[in-house]
Design a protein around this ligand. Structure first.
Ligand SMILES: [Zn+2]
Length: 389
C-alpha cells in the first residue's frame, strides 16, 4: 500500500502542484501516478511521445478478460501566461467552498477523484475491470490520446464504456462537434509597390482565400442548420483566427500566413470543407498567381484533427453513465474532447465530469466543492457497479 491514503482534495492539490502546461513535460505527474499505483500493486503502461518528454498512462485494475470501464482524462493544462491570478495557479487555495488552481475544473479533479478511489478498486473483488487512461497534449489538439488508444487496442482492451471526465457539472454528454484546424501559407513575389503587375501580392490572395472560407461558413449556416441537435449554434462553423503578412507599405508582400478551422457537426463529412478549399486554391487562386510567376505557392498544413462525438442514443455506455450520475437525459457540448477519438476507434464514449467549462482556461480557475462531492458519489456508485456480478 502507498505510504498514505489521499482524500480527493489532497489528490487534487497534489496533481495541480505539477505544472503540466502543454508546452512543458508532464512526466513528473505521470511518474507520481505510476508510483502511487505501483504501491497498490497496479502496473502502468507509459506511452511516450517522440521526444520522450511526455507520456500517456494506461493502467488496469481487475480482470483482463472482461470488457471494462475506462476513466479518461488529460493531464495537461492551458498556460497561465499573461493571466491575472490572485494566487499561485499551481498551489490549490481553498476558500468559500471552492478550490482555486489551474486545472481544478479542466480537468485534474476528475483524475484525482478517480485516483483517490484506486485503493478501493484495488482491494475489492472487481468483476468488471477499471482502466485509468491519462493523456498528454489534449489542449493543443488532442495529440496524445491516439497513441494511447492504439496501445489499448494492442493490449486487447475492449472497453464497455469510456468515461471522459471533462467538466460537465456531472451531466452526461453524448455529442460534440469535430475540430479541424489548419495553417495556410501563401508565398507571393516581392516587388516595389509601384510595380504591382510584376509582383504577386500574398496578402491579397490570402484575403481571397479567407473570403472563400467566410462564404463557406455562411453557406453552412444557411443550408445545414439542425435546430434539433441541441448545439449552439446548430451548424458547422468556419473561422479564421490569425493572419500575418507583408513587410512594408511600399513592398508587394512576399508572405501571408493564416490559421483557420471548422467545427463540424458530428456525423458530417470531415474532409468536405478541406477539399473544397483545396479545389478553390488549385482552380481559382493559384492559376492567377502562376500567370505572373510559377514559383509562387499556397500550402496548407493540418494542425489538429479532433473527430466529433456522434450521439449513440440508448447505447450501453450512455445507459450506464446516466444511471451512475442519476440523470434522465443527455446533453451536448460545444468543445471538442478525446471522446470523439475513443469513439472513432470503436468504443462507446460519453463525457461526464465535475466542474464547469465556464471556469476552464481562465485566471482564478476553480471548482466548487459540491462538484467534487458529486463526482465522489459517482465513483462510489461505479465501485459498486464493477463489484456486482
Ligand atoms: Zn479539458
Amino acid at each position: 500500500m502507498p505510504d498514505k491514503r489521499y482524500s480527493s482534495i489532497e489528490m487534487i492539490k497534489r496533481l495541480v502542484s505539477f505544472d503540466t502546461t502543454s508546452t512543458a513535460s508532464n512526466l513528473a505527474l505521470i511518474n507520481f501516478v505510476a508510483d502511487y499505483l505501483a504501491a497498490l500493486g497496479i502496473d502502468s503502461h507509459l506511452i511516450h511521445d517522440e521526444s520522450g518528454e511526455k507520456a500517456n498512462l494506461y493502467a488496469t485494475i481487475g480482470p483482463r478478460d472482461v470488457p471494462g470501464i475506462v476513466l479518461s482524462g488529460h493531464t495537461d493544462v492551458v498556460p497561465v501566461d499573461g493571466q491575472a491570478w490572485d494566487t499561485d495557479p499551481f498551489e490549490v487555495v481553498e476558500k468559500e467552498n471552492r478550490l482555486y488552481g489551474r486545472g481544478t475544473s479542466d480537468m485534474k479533479s476528475f483524475i484525482a477523484i478517480a485516483l483517490a478511489m484506486a485503493p478501493d478498486f484495488a482491494t475489492r473483488d472487481l468483476k468488471t475491470p477499471v482502466h485509468f487512461a491519462l493523456s498528454f497534449d489534449e489542449e493543443v489538439g488532442c495529440l496524445g490520446a491516439p497513441l494511447m488508444i492504439r496501445k489499448m487496442d494492442q493490449l486487447g482492451a475492449k472497453p464497455r464504456a469510456v468515461i471522459v471526465g471533462e467538466p460537465t457539472q456531472m451531466s452526461v454528454v453524448n455529442a460534440h462537434k469535430g475540430v479541424y484546424s489548419f495553417i495556410t501559407t501563401v508565398k507571393g513575389l516581392e516587388r516595389h509597390s509601384s510595380e504591382t503587375h510584376r509582383g504577386v501580392n500574398a496578402i491579397a490572395y490570402g484575403a481571397e482565400l479567407v473570403n472563400f472560407l467566410t462564404t463557406v461558413g455562411e453557406e453552412m449556416r444557411d443550408q445545414q442548420s439542425d435546430p434539433e441537435s441541441g448545439f449552439d449554434p446548430p451548424f458547422t462553423t468556419v473561422h479564421v483566427g490569425t493572419m500575418q503578412g507583408g513587410t512594408a507599405q511600399n513592398i508587394v508582400p512576399l508572405n501571408c500566413i493564416f490559421s483557420w478551422e471548422y467545427r463540424l457537426m458530428p456525423g458530417e463529412d470531415a474532409s468536405d470543407i478541406r477539399n473544397r478549399f483545396q479545389a478553390h486554391v488549385e482552380r481559382v487562386v493559384l492559376p492567377k498567381m502562376h500567370a505572373v510567376d510559377e514559383t509562387t505557392a499556397i500550402e496548407t498544413e493540418v494542425r489538429a484533427v479532433v473527430p466529433g462525438l456522434v450521439p449513440e442514443d440508448g447505447s450501453a455506455a450512455e445507459a450506464l453513465v446516466l444511471a451512475l450520475a442519476r440523470k434522465n437525459s443527455t446533453e451536448v457540448v460545444a468543445y471538442g474532447t478525446e471522446a470523439g477519438q475513443f469513439q472513432e476507434a470503436g468504443n462507446q464514449a460519453v463525457i461526464c465530469g465535475p466542474g464547469s467549462i465556464a471556469q476552464a482556461h481562465k485566471p482564478n480557475e476553480y471548482i466548487d466543492l459540491g462538484e467534487v462531492r458529486a463526482c465522489e458519489i459517482f465513483m462510489r456508485r461505479l465501485l459498486d457497479e464493477v463489484c456486482a456480478a
